[in-house]
Design a protein around this ligand. Structure first.
Ligand code: NAP
Length: 329
């Protein structure tokens, strides 16, 4: 048996509780990982509240949530090649990782170097790859201006650093609190605006000399996305990758908003891995190197034991995290 954190009804963070569960067995194409660290993303708090705006979320109670998991393989399924018990790996999984052991699909596994701290490495399999993938999808060119929404958050703080490392001319962030704006500046943003201000888009326009950003990375959606299309520079790209604002529908957008040669696209990590495997694999190698070299730093806001998962969710729901909140079984 093993310890896991689960919930069997939707609600506030206190629906999460520790339970004893059987150690899961990997089936064909799967591996089991002994969890060293698992990150708590914003989406998991939406799942717990039943407000996760994505169709692939089909919960079966009791639910054990997932995230970016780092650990060591303890068992491999029948037809898995290239992975062995003892390998240190990471994976990004929707389910099962708030636990001492988790089973994941082997195709989602990435190697994690021994020298990386587990909690810091818990951006490698998902959060950091999303940040890299949205920059690749947005085809950032040297010298361009990038706007990163939620720049102090999990994906955001890595995206700011990667944009900087990729030669962006100007990196502008948004964040909803003073400490988060300060934090985003320390990670490399030239300027950070408060998106709660009704004038935030005008402030960004002014910071770009009236032109607007060449690339917008949007994990918030809804009204922010709407305003972003308007804000884009001619030839600019907006990459939508998440709805932390909680809505999938965007307010009605006139096609006339696009005639200024504006590109709007979306990104999901699984779509990147399956649809552009070479780019994904190159991304895994690049991000690993940047983390090992220390050129990209993963900020761990809090390291909490599994039994304090409710506290971890409370921090994330309060939008208080600078970087990532991580659970350590
Ligand atoms: N495409 C993919 O493959 C993929 C996979 C996993 C997750 N995601 C998405 O990536 C995004 C970032 O995830 P993360 O875990 O790193 O989250 P995060 O950025 O650490 O947290 C979300 C942040 O969004 C901002 N926000 C703006 N409006 C909000 C609202 N109405 N309610 C709550 N927060 C709001 C908050 O920052 P401020 O207070 O500074 O505004 C909040 O801290 C999420 O949308 C998530 O669903 C995408």
């Amino acid at each position: 048996m093993m310890r896991a954190v689960q919930f069997d009804r939707y609600g506030d963070p206190d629906v999460l509780y520790v339970a004893e569960r059987p150690v899961p067995e990997p089936g064909p194409g799967q591996v089991r990982i002994a969890v060293e660290a698992v990150s708590v993303g914003h989406a998991q708090t939406q799942m717990r509240r039943e407000v996760f705006p994505a169709p692939m979320w089909r919960p079966v109670f009791p639910v054990v949530l997932g995230g970016d998991v780092v650990g060591r393989i303890t068992a491999v399924g029948p037809d898995v090649t290239g992975l062995r018990p003892g390998d240190r790996v990471g994976a990004f999984t929707l389910y099962g990782a708030y636990a001492e052991q988790v089973v994941v699909d082997a195709v989602t596994v990435v190697p994690v170097p021994e020298e990386l701290d587990a909690a810091e490495a818990a951006v490698l399999p998902g959060t950091g790859l999303i940040a890299l993938g949205i920059l690749r999808t947005g085809q950032l060119r040297k010298g361009e201006t990038v706007l990163v929404h939620a720049a102090a958050g999990g994906v955001g703080h890595i995206a700011v650093q990667l944009a900087r490392a990729a030669g962006a001319g100007q990196v502008i962030g948004t964040a909803g609190a003073a400490d988060k704006r300060e934090f985003a500046r320390t990670t490399g943003a030239d300027a950070v605006v408060d998106h709660r201000s009704p004038d935030w888009a005008d402030e960004v326009r002014e910071l770009t000399g009236g032109r607007g950003p060449d690339l917008i990375l949007d994990g918030v959606g809804a009204e922010v996305l709407h305003q972003g299309i308007d804000l884009l520079a001619p030839g600019g790209r907006l990459v939508f990758y998440g709805s932390s604002g909680g809505e999938l529908e965007i307010p009605r957008v006139s096609v006339m908003a696009l005639i200024g040669i504006k590109y709007v696209t979306g990104f999901a990590l699984s779509a990147w891995r399956i649809g552009r495997p070479h780019e994904y694999e190159a991304g895994v190698a690049e991000l690993t190197r940047l983390l090992v070299d220390g050129q990209v730093k993963s900020a761990v806001h809090a390291r909490l034991p599994l039994e304090r998962a409710a506290e971890a969710h409370t921090i994330v729901e309060a939008r208080a995290q600078l970087g990532r909140v991580v659970l350590i079984p």
